[in-house]
Design a protein around this ligand. Structure first.
Ligand SMILES: *Cc1c(COP(=O)(O)O)cnc(C)c1O
Ligand code: SF4
Length: 463
């Protein structure tokens, strides 16, 4: 054989290998089109608001709407009187107080307020209200049972959930912590976990006394409501505990008020210093956030996530599966791809917790399981969220991992060998989505215990 040297690349057009894949349909690239420009000026209330105000978190916070009459006033002219009345009645029965940022309000398509995915999440309507499932609870995760000190939940072996405060930049209808978050409403008197340094110290002492705890999840409420010196204080306290290896700061701010990352330099710098200090100690400090629909990701969001990316801070996302918002493969697919596009890792999709007053938002375990199948493979595995059911008391379980699932009664039964070996935990699909025979059984209270006992029996017999 002659010792041939590879010919240098030729300047003329290369011959492409035969195509194995059809050209991409441009529709599959829709996730890259982020809303941009002065979109808020379409709303009469913000028609005169310049970009310099709209991009300022102080303006957003100051102009956030915190009571029903003001919200309804802002909607005058956008929606008809019957919608306003419907929302007024909806708020009257809601377990969560009102707080909506101008940014959120201006992302809603007010020409179709009944279907808009953001309206559904933040503005309750009496006409959509469904009776609660007999098994719903204000503390669906039973977090209060796992609290060794107030506001610190230690359920899993090596991680704790710390709730330093109970306020948020907005209030979501579906909040799983409606037992504590926000001010009291007509429906609910809250367990309060306000900013209280003495309570925080008890939490730090508890973690220091538990060498198995490596992972701190700081949530709330929302950590974007902490002042920058409070971020520093809490971050340093946890980093100083030798066995703490990982800290996550949970905030919805990226989805509802990304302006905070653009204009609150002191806060972003405080977070960055904790992340940098963590890196020096070889400890991971990341941000967890909560986007539910692709419309929540705009060019403003991208500027905000770029800021964290520039500073080397990883962001992960947790989504709640909400009926009419993101329960189709088309919408969830765009959400997953768009999050990845702005450098946010889709981490979890939660089947909606059993929360009071939001039965219209829940969907079935079946639809969560189906969605998981349809999403996996769409993009990188590390950007593919795990779909989980957070079973009351048993913690997060892979949606597909039921021991038994009765689609007629909507009862799914999970085990949780690490958290509570030997025990079984139930999740209940919304009754209105069950077949008529299942709905009939729930209509008869004398059947409830029997249905549950049967499902548990089936689960045991299969193990
Ligand atoms: C969800 C949760 C965590 C964190 O769980 P990951 O699966 O690691 O995200 C920790 N503690 C409690 C009580 C939780 O509910
Ligand atoms: S931001 Fe989070 S904690 Fe606050 S109301 Fe929404 S879901 Fe609840």
């Amino acid at each position: 054989m002659s010792n041939k040297v590879l010919a240098p690349p030729k300047a003329h057009a290369p011959v492409l290998p035969p195509a194995l894949k059809l050209p991409a349909d441009p529709a599959t690239l829709a996730h890259r089109q982020l809303r941009d420009g002065l979109f808020w000026q379409r709303l009469q209330a913000y028609a005169e608001v310049p970009e310099s105000d709209f991009l300022d978190h102080r303006w957003q916070a100051k102009n956030s709407i915190t009571n029903v009459p003001r919200l309804l006033a802002a909607l005058q002219g956008l929606v008809d009187a019957s919608f306003v009345h419907d929302a007024e009645e909806g708020f009257r029965h809601a377990p969560m107080p009102v707080r909506v940022s101008p940014y959120l309000l201006s992302l809603i398509d007010w020409s179709r307020p009944y279907e808009d995915p953001l309206r559904i999440q933040f503005i309750p309507l009496a006409s959509r209200r469904l009776p609660d499932h007999p098994k719903v609870d204000l503390d669906p995760l039973h977090e209060r049972q796992d609290m060794p000190v107030p506001g610190l939940s230690h359920r899993y072996p090596d991680k704790v959930l710390f709730l330093p405060l109970d306020t948020c930049p907005v209030y979501c209808r579906f909040c799983t912590r409606s037992y504590a978050v926000g001010l009291d409403t007509e429906e609910v008197t809250k367990l309060q976990f306000g900013v209280d340094v003495e309570r925080w110290r008890l939490a730090f002492e508890y973690v220091a006394s538990r060498p198995e705890v490596e992972d701190i999840l700081i949530s709330g409420g929302d950590v974007s409501q902490l002042r920058d010196e409070q971020v520093t204080y809490i971050g340093e306290a946890f980093l100083a505990i030798p066995h703490v290896r990982r800290i996550r700061w949970a905030t919805k701010m990226l989805a509802v008020m990304p302006q905070k990352l653009l204009s609150d330099t002191a806060w972003v710098d405080a977070l960055t210093r904790i992340a940098d200090r963590g890196r020096q100690l070889h400890k991971e400090v990341v941000v967890h956030t909560h986007f539910n629909h692709p419309d929540e990701i705009t060019a403003i969001t991208q500027a905000a996530t770029n800021k964290l990316f520039d500073r080397g801070i990883t962001v992960r996302n947790q989504t709640v599966l909400i009926r009419g918002v993101n329960d189709t493969p088309a919408v969830m697919g765009v959400l997953v791809k768009r999050l990845s596009f702005v450098n946010v890792h889709p981490y979890y999709i939660y089947v909606h917790d059993m929360v009071k007053g939001v039965e219209d938002l829940r969907t079935t375990v079946e639809s969560g399981a189906r969605l998981e199948k349809q999403i996996r493979g769409l993009t990188a595995g590390y950007n593919t969220p795990a779909t989980v059911v957070d079973t009351p008391g048993g913690g997060k379980r892979d949606v597909h991992s039921w021991e038994y699932y009765d689609r007629e009664t909507g009862i799914s039964v999970y085990s949780s060998p690490v958290v509570h070996p030997g025990q079984l935990f139930c999740y209940f699909d919304p009754i209105h989505l069950l077949p008529p025979s299942g709905q009939a059984r729930w209509a008869d209270p004398s059947q409830h215990d029997r249905m549950i006992a049967q499902a548990l029996e089936e689960a045991r017999s299969r193990r």
